[in-house]
Design a protein around this ligand. Sequence first.
Ligand code: IPD
Length: 248
Amino acid sequence: MANVEPQECLSVALKLVKQAGDLVRDAIKKKKNIEMKSSAVDLVTETDKAVEKLLITGLSSAFPDHKFIGEESVAGGEKCVLTDEPTWIIDPVDGTMNFVHSFPYTCISVALWVNKDAEVGIVYNPILEHMFTALKGQGAYLNDEKISASGETDLSKALVFSEMGTSHDPEKVDTVITNITTLLTKVHGCRTMGCAALHMSHVARGAADANYTMGVHCWDIAAGSLLVKEAGGVVIDTAESVPWDRAP
Ligand code: IPD
């Protein structure tokens, strides 16, 4: 098993994530080169690819034994395999649709998982300068200030994030609409930022009380799930009714 020092991993990753943030901040103002992936609303840009390359190049040079799961590498044909080995799980630009439209809720999400458990989580919105970080067992932070989930358990008092998904498939669209219709009269408010990692980060800071999503990929939630747990929240796979990373 490769050697892992979580604090050192966090420091190295933070430097790279800040460099990646410069790329995103610069590119969000410009015209983007857009390609479609699974659907007309599932997008990738040259910035997604450039950020993923920067992060994987930098991290693999610092930690040559570590493994990687990156959204765009997997889209390019690489296998998405999580073993017990230290594995960096990367979403180079989460909220690509937002980024394409220059809507400033987009982020870089980077997590280090070891023994199939999150050790390090970073979610960085470089446009609004929100840097969320967490180390397992050491709490969650926003720009170096400790953050906590709200602790709200009454749904009628809760502000809840919903996901619109990245598909126009009628069955999936119907599920999204049904969920929102069902929730809307039961919650205090329903919101969406269209960025899974930021939804989880803002739940971790108590700015919303809950988030639900369907059909996300591991890179959308790998860092956010650690932030929520370290902020005192819970992350549940509702299909299994157990914490999602403990599901068999
Ligand atoms: C997507 C966004 C979106 C969520 C999708 C994700 P991407 O990530 O987080 O809010 O609904 O499930 O795939 O494609 O922008 O990295």
